[in-house]
Design a protein around this ligand. Structure first.
Ligand SMILES: Cc1ncc(COP(=O)(O)O)c(C=O)c1O
Length: 442
């Protein structure tokens, strides 16, 4: 046997952390050891108010009893069942609950283990759907600048965040991008949806004419672009995208990995904006972030296009070992129940105006160049330090953590998306602490 290397259990070197400044973290670790309700506990025993619902995923807050119990029971009862050619009741039950919760056109759910996988799944379904209908020439995919669709090859190809793409070669071919919708000169400090920019959707018509509309399979957008720093769709923008897709037989995919499960004050962004895509990609809040799980919601028209040929044949050559995993399914069911019990999927609409007023109270503080909000999501954009982009927001993040709040930063944008159980005092604490931070950083 080849040599082995002893490593102390608390050594930080081995774990190559995702989307993290590894050297900075390991020089001054921010270690979380417990969580309950709206708070994390740090290794040194401090309480941190969760201003980000973990990573936009713990919508019901932490350590929710129904979810904890469901996972424990499921692990005892049925730990794993093969996902291919076999089934177990909870995956079917979750698909039923999920499609019941979704707008009526969505009758089918395909389970994955993450948002990234759900994106890949939706893109593949789009291509295969057209082929099944005899339109195999529709091979092009359209995304949008500044879009985030996870980290796998399809997702980074249609995505538009430059550092996520530039290190990774040629990506998928046949992909084009719409312009992003950030128009700070016209829309800065807008409350809710910005007035200006609906015409940016017409880019899709230009792209369609450039390549031939009959070659385009699908357009994928986040209805509200979260990871890039909370860019809200201009009024009328999503409606126009829908119209152009309809005109040319192009599928519209909403990536609702962040907006799904109540973030905007409605179950899905499709409800909030009253625009129906052909597929919805979701994850995160599906299990309250507790167990990895994602899903693609599809209409009957899409699903049924595959249900042809001999009945013993697999209709879609796609799936994951853990698609609809029993423990994830149990967590999903308990999560949806918790949301329903506490009315959380519409809570953002109730407390949203308090949140909006609190956030916009930061206007005029040092470095603040824009504030954006909707439902229980908000962003504060800072002017970058000349020659050192991202440094100012990162300092804000570190100082905020020191002062007992968890925020997130992308570039020089601070994003917040607290659990949907947040109360008014906690909103005051979150925004009040951020105000102190903004006054203290360089
Ligand atoms: C809109 C969107 N799509 C996809 C993803 C990827 O999800 P995951 O990190 O679960 O793969 C994310 C994650 O933040 C997201 O915000």
């Amino acid at each position: 046997m080849s040599e082995r290397r002893p490593v102390a259990p608390n050594d930080l070197k081995a774990f190559w952390m995702p989307y993290t400044a590894n050297r900075q973290f390991k020089s001054a670790p921010r270690m979380l050891v417990a969580a309950e309700g709206m708070h994390y506990t740090t290794a040194d025993g401090r309480q941190i108010l969760d201003g980000t619902a973990g990573l936009w995923c713990c919508n019901a807050g932490h350590k929710r009893p129904k979810i904890v119990k469901a996972i424990q029971q499921q692990a005892e009862e049925l730990d794993y069942a093969p996902a291919f050619q076999m089934g177990h009741p909870k995956a079917f039950e979750l698909a039923n609950r999920l499609t019941e919760l979704a707008p009526a056109p969505f009758e089918h759910a395909f389970f994955t283990n993450s948002g990234s996988e759900a994106v890949e799944t939706a893109l593949k379904i789009a291509l295969a759907y057209h082929r099944a209908k005899g339109e195999g020439q529709r091979f092009r995919l359209v995304g949008r600048e500044r879009g985030y669709h996870g980290v796998n090859f399809g997702g980074i190809s249609v995505g538009g965040i430059v550092p996520n793409r530039r290190m990774f070669g040629t990506l998928l071919t046949g992909v084009d991008h719409l312009r992003h919708t950030h128009l700070p000169e016209q829309n800065a400090f807008t409350r809710g949806q910005p007035e200006h920019g609906a015409e940016l959707a017409d880019e899709l018509e230009r792209i369609a004419q450039l390549h031939g509309p009959e070659t385009i399979a699908a357009v994928i957008v986040e209805p509200m672009a979260g990871s890039t720093g909370v860019l809200l769709p201009p009024k009328g923008y999503l409606q126009r995208l829908r119209e152009i897709c309809d005109r040319h037989g192009i599928l519209l995919i909403f990536d609702e990995v962040i907006t799904g499960f109540g973030r905007l004050g409605a179950p899905f962004a499709a409800d909030y904006f009253d625009v129906m895509p052909d597929m919805i990609v979701c994850a995160k809040g599906l299990t309250n972030g507790v167990i990895p799980m994602g899903a693609v919601l599809a209409t009957a028209a899409i699903h049924d296009a595959f249900m042809t040929g001999p009945e013993h044949m697999i209709e879609l050559f796609h799936g994951y070992t853990y698609s609809g995993n029993p423990i994830a399914s149990a967590a999903g069911l308990a999560t949806l129940e918790t949301y329903a019990d506490e009315g959380l999927l519409t809570r953002g609409a109730e407390i949203g105006s308090y949140w909006e007023d609190a956030l916009h109270g930061l206007r005029g503080l040092p470095h603040v160049v824009d504030i954006r909000n909707m439902g229980l999501i908000g962003a504060v954009e800072l002017a970058p330090i000349a020659g050192a982009p991202t440094q100012r927001a990162f300092s804000a993040f570190l100082k905020a953590y020191e002062k007992g709040i968890l925020i997130r930063t992308t570039g020089d944008i601070i994003a917040m998306s607290p659990p949907l159980i947040i109360d008014k005092d906690q909103i005051d604490q979150l925004v009040g602490t951020l105000a102190e931070v903004l006054q203290e950083i360089d």
